[in-house]
Design a protein around this ligand. Structure first.
Ligand code: Z5A
Length: 208
C-alpha cells in the first residue's frame, strides 16, 4: 500500500507521518517513511536548491523539472523497490504537491504536469492520500514559530516567504482535489494534535 500525505505549510504532515509510523508499528506492519523532495541522497541535494531561502530566482519550469527529477529517482530507487518487498510506503508530499504548487500556485498547465507526473512516477499512483486541511494563516503561523527555534526550517523557507495569497491558492487547490479525487481522505488539521491523531488512526484502521 502506498500512502501520501499532503497539505499546506505547517499543516502537520511531519507529525502525521510519525503518528502513522507508530500506529503501524503497534500492528507489526512493516512501513517505510520517506519524503519529497529529498527522499534519497541525490534528492537531498535537489532539496537544498529548491527550498533554500538563499537560492537565486528559479523560473517555474526549472522548479517543475527539479521536483520531477527528484520524484523519478525517488520512485525508481526507493518507493517501488520497497512496495515490491511488501512495505507500506508513507511519503510526505508527492504528485499532488506538484499539481498544487507548480500548477495552481505557479500557473503552469495542469495537463502538462499530469503527463510529466506520470512519467516521473512510472505510472505509480498513491492508494490513499491524507490531506491535512489547515487554514493557511494558522499553518504559516505554526511554520514561522517553528522557524524561530529550528535552523533547518529557517534555512528552508523559500516557499514560506511567499505572499499569503500564494498559500490561499494552494489551500483552494488541495480542497478542489480532495473533492474530486476518491483516494483523498481529508483531516481537519486546525484541531489540536491529539484530535488529529485520533482522526488519522480512525481512517487508517478503515483502510488497512
Ligand atoms: N513542493 C513543491 O513545490 N512541489 C512538489 O512537487 C513537492 C514539494 C513535492 C517541501 O517542503 C516544499 O516543496 C513545500 C512544497 C514544495 N513547500 N514548502 N515549504 P516540506 O514539505 O518539507 O515543508 P513544509 O510543507 O513547509 O512542511 P512543514 O512546514 O514542515 O509542515 P508540516 O510537516 O506539515 O508540519 P509539521 O512539521 O508537522 O508541523 C509544523 C509545526 O506545527 C511544528 O512545530 C508542529 O509541532 C506544529 N503542529 C503540527 N500539528 C499541529 C497541530 N495540530 N496543532 C498545533 N501545532 C501543530
Amino acid at each position: 500500500m502506498f500512502i501520501t500525505i499532503e497539505g499546506c505549510e505547517g499543516a502537520g504532515k511531519t507529525s502525521a507521518i510519525q503518528i502513522i509510523q507508530e500506529f503501524l508499528k503497534t500492528q507489526n506492519i512493516s512501513c517505510l517513511t520517506t519524503r519529497e523532495p529529498g527522499g534519497t541522497t541525490f534528492g537531498t541535494t535537489l532539496r537544498s536548491l529548491l527550498l533554500s531561502k538563499n537560492t537565486e530566482y528559479i523560473p517555474p519550469y526549472t522548479e517543475l523539472f527539479l521536483y520531477l527529477a527528484d520524484r523519478h529517482h525517488h520512485v525508481h530507487t526507493v518507493i517501488k523497490p520497497a512496495l515490491q518487498q511488501g512495505y507500506i510506503v508513507v511519503c510526505d508530499r508527492f504528485i499532488d504537491s506538484t499539481i498544487a504548487y507548480q500548477g495552481y500556485a505557479r500557473g503552469l498547465p495542469l495537463d502538462t504536469i499530469e503527463q510529466l507526473n506520470m512519467i516521473a512516477t512510472e505510472g505509480l499512483l498513491p492508494d490513499y492520500t491524507f490531506f491535512l486541511d489547515v487554514d493557511p494563516c494558522i499553518g504559516l503561523e505554526r511554520a514561522r514559530r517553528r522557524s524561530l527555534i529550528d535552523s533547518v526550517s529557517q534555512e528552508e523557507s523559500r516557499f514560506e516567504n511567499e505572499e499569503l495569497v500564494f498559500h490561499q491558492t494552494l489551500s483552494r487547490a488541495y480542497k478542489l482535489m480532495a473533492e474530486n479525487v476518491s483516494r483523498f481522505i481529508t483531516i481537519d488539521a486546525n484541531n489540536p494534535v491529539d484530535v488529529v491523531k485520533q482522526e488519522i488512526i480512525y481512517h487508517l484502521q478503515n483502510i488497512l
